[in-house]
Ligand binder design. Structure first.
Ligand SMILES: [Zn+2]
Length: 385
């Protein structure tokens, strides 16, 4: 049995009253929260700093970990996509992919992350996830701009999802992005997730080129599709924002919009009507587009914001504390409590795992981290459980 206390204890949504002590059993599961006055002082392990639940990384691509330092910065999404495709076809061995995914998995664990929403386009990361100490919710992601391929791509994704489940891993279906996935395919994926009460995810408005593509203006996706030798002359731009073009297929369901860098006030309002989660990956936005979302647009939705690291192809580290520090450096609208909630409870809510992670749960070990907050910056000190 352990009694843990600190300057402050954050429970996933707020600070516990001063003088609170966490009583853990021999398996580090929370037994109860007690008051320090009820315990002999010498029994208490006291830590300088803030205790929080283990962190939840809402968006990652473990299978791209071997592309760390391989992709040029600040090229914009169309060129980034081209480089990713080129690198993925350049002959990395299964072994290299596996070893790098393992290292990334360990990096997240060492940085206090206990649960991850992770994109998979194939089964490359499944073995790592099976052997991991972290919990993974895998989003099996498919794409295909031509509606002709809708059923084929959905079937392809469902086959991978089945394979995932046969490996005793948890997952759902996800659409890549509006510029790469037909409305028909997005809808069938969203429907599948809704029918099975699973979270849905889509990359949203990560680049201004996406907006231009949907408004029918000159844009760089033409170059990407030329590179892929795909004729998209049949594509008719809907003449509105990408979010507006698909948001109606999101019904009353758990949906995560990832990035939102170029979302307008109207886009945010439309998404919030659908109770969507907004997942920010600020370091990846700087890496690829050198631009951050207009955080002010999201100030009324702090309960719906979660944070992801994105992959090591577009980030130098898988560290949620660094993502929060970037947020704190670039906007004053979020309090420390808001930010801590984003990387704990909100992430767990988005992934539908609040009964296991993201908060202090009696009978569970949802991870406990010790952090410090000085000069408007968070510092991760260590894992306590
Ligand atoms: Zn991503």
């Amino acid at each position: 049995m352990r009694f843990l206390a600190a300057n402050r204890i954050f429970d996933g949504k707020q600070y516990l009253p001063e003088g609170s002590v966490l009583l853990l059993d021999s398996q580090n599961r929370l037994k109860e929260v007690v008051l320090e006055s009820a315990i002999e002082k010498k029994e208490i392990e006291f830590f300088d700093g803030i205790i929080t639940p283990g962190f939840v990384n809402t968006h990652c691509h473990l299978e791209l970990s071997h592309l760390k330092n391989k992709i040029q910065k600040h090229t914009g999404i169309p060129e980034f996509g081209k480089q990713i495709i080129t690198q993925r076809m350049s002959g990395f061995t299964k072994e290299e992919i596996f070893e790098n995914a393992n290292a990334a998995d360990k990096e997240m664990w060492d940085n206090g992350i206990v649960a991850v929403g992770d994109i998979s386009n194939n089964d490359d990361s499944f073995k790592t996830k099976q052997n991991s100490k972290l919990f993974y919710h895998t989003f099996v992601e498919v794409l295909g701009l031509n509606p002709i391929n809708q059923l084929m791509m959905l079937d392809f994704g469902l086959t991978i999802l089945k394979q995932l489940q046969q490996n005793n891993l948890t997952g759902s279906m996800a659409a890549h992005a509006p510029y790469s996935t037909s409305l028909e395919l997005i809808e069938s994926i969203a429907n599948y997730d809704k029918e099975n009460n699973l979270p849905f995810s889509i990359h949203n408005q990560e680049t201004e080129e996406e907006t231009k593509f949907f408004l029918g203006q000159e844009n760089d996706f033409k170059k990407l599709y030329d590179f892929l030798k795909l004729d998209i002359s049949w594509f008719k731009a809907p003449g509105c924002s990408s979010l507006k073009s698909f948001i109606d297929v999101v019904k009353n369901q758990r949906a995560i919009l990832v990035h939102n860098t170029f979302s307008s006030c109207e886009d945010v309002a439309l998404a919030s009507e659908k109770n969507c989660f907004f997942c920010f990956c600020p370091n990846a936005n700087l890496y690829i587009e050198n631009k951050l979302p207009d955080f002010n647009l999201f100030k009324n939705f702090t309960n719906s914001i979660c944070i992801g690291t994105d992959s090591l192809a577009s980030n130098d580290a898988l560290n949620l504390v660094e993502e929060v520090n970037l947020l704190l450096n670039n906007t004053a609208i979020f309090t420390l409590e808001n930010c801590l909630q984003m990387i704990t409870f909100n992430g767990a809510k988005a992934l539908n795992i609040t009964n296991e992670f993201g908060q202090l749960l009696v009978g569970k070990n949802a991870g406990l981290n010790l952090i410090d907050f000085k000069n408007n910056q968070l510092k991760f000190i260590k894992k306590l459980t």
